[in-house]
Design a protein around this ligand. Structure first.
Ligand SMILES: Nc1ncnc2c1ncn2[C@@H]1O[C@H](COP(=O)(O)OP(=O)(O)OP(=O)(O)O)[C@@H](O)[C@H]1O
Ligand SMILES: [Mg+2]
Length: 252
């Protein structure tokens, strides 16, 4: 798993600064093609900063990022999306005054061949029938679960080979989270590679092959998801998370 040869995405010693503050001190990870990799960690661990740096939304202060063997460190976001790496961001970042369909179409603006847009739109609507029903509705009127679907759908409109999702379960009711995760599993079976940032450990480990645990901006633990799920060390890093109960104290 650590061999960089088979990796689609490779991050080495990433460092990100926010002025004098260090957002990420030292993060390394590998995402092999066809896999689902989880990035775990509690509030402020650096998950969002890591994903945003990979996506080109914040500039790295150190380290290297390669996609399919090509360096993408410091490239602008649109160039990275064009290479097949899309992000469904934390907080969704939707255009609330625009319709569901308009938001989705914005995800396709980087396509080199815009004629593919209708087919991609159909695909997203098949994946999320709820969005098809609400295609003319303003994004600002959607429920939390529907906004998550829309953010994910918009990312898929760029036809990525690697999709990064920042906390797709955050703030959603358990049934909605379950259906979101079923969709992620379906995407994986359709050949998509996934990098998933989550505070919800058990959920993420259930669908992942491999996971990294971040703590104060560093990768402190990594391993096969099935092994980490049984590792008491993981629970300890997640102080506050009840072992076995699976209840996120911040949730619902
Ligand atoms: N725009 C910013 N300006 C200054 N500091 C920031 C900024 N964004 C994040 N940070 C800091 O960087 C660190 C990592 O934050 P980040 O949002 O990446 O964590 P996270 O793991 O995504 O947390 P959460 O689970 O709460 O989303 C934190 O200490 C945070 O305060
Ligand atoms: Mg975050």
């Amino acid at each position: 798993m650590t061999g960089a040869m088979g990796s689609m995405l490779s991050v080495k010693n990433l460092m990100v600064r926010y002025g004098d503050l260090v957002g990420v001190a030292d993060v390394s990870l590998e995402v092999p093609k066809g896999s689902v990799v989880a990035l775990l960690g509690s509030n402020g661990a650096g998950k969002t900063t890591t994903l945003n740096a990979i996506a080109g939304l914040v500039p790295p202060a150190g380290g290297s990022i390669t996609l399919n063997g090509q360096p993408i460190t410091g490239q602008p976001a649109f160039a990275i999306v064009r290479r097949g790496l899309a992000l469904s961001p934390e907080g969704w970042r939707l255009f609330v005054q625009q319709s569901v369909e308009q938001n989705l179409r914005l995800g396709a603006t980087v396509l080199s061949d815009r004629r593919r847009e209708p087919a991609l739109l159909d695909k997203v609507f098949t994946l999320f029938p709820r969005l098809a029903e609400r295609r003319r509705q303003r994004a600002g009127t959607l429920s939390g679960g529907e906004r998550q679907m829309l953010a994910t759908g918009r990312a898929l409109m760029s036809d990525p080979s690697l999709l990064m999702l920042d906390e797709p379960s955050l703030g959603l009711a358990p049934a909605v989270v379950e259906s979101m995760y079923e969709t992620l599993v379906r995407l994986r079976h359709a050949g998509l590679t996934l990098l998933l940032a989550e505070q919800s450990v058990e959920l993420a480990l259930e669908v992942s092959d491999y996971a990294y645990v971040l703590q104060t901006g560093r990768t402190v633990l990594e391993g096969e998801a099935a092994k980490l799920a049984d590792d008491p060390h993981v629970q300890r890093i997640y102080l506050g998370l009840e072992t076995g109960a699976g209840v996120d104290p911040a949730g619902s």
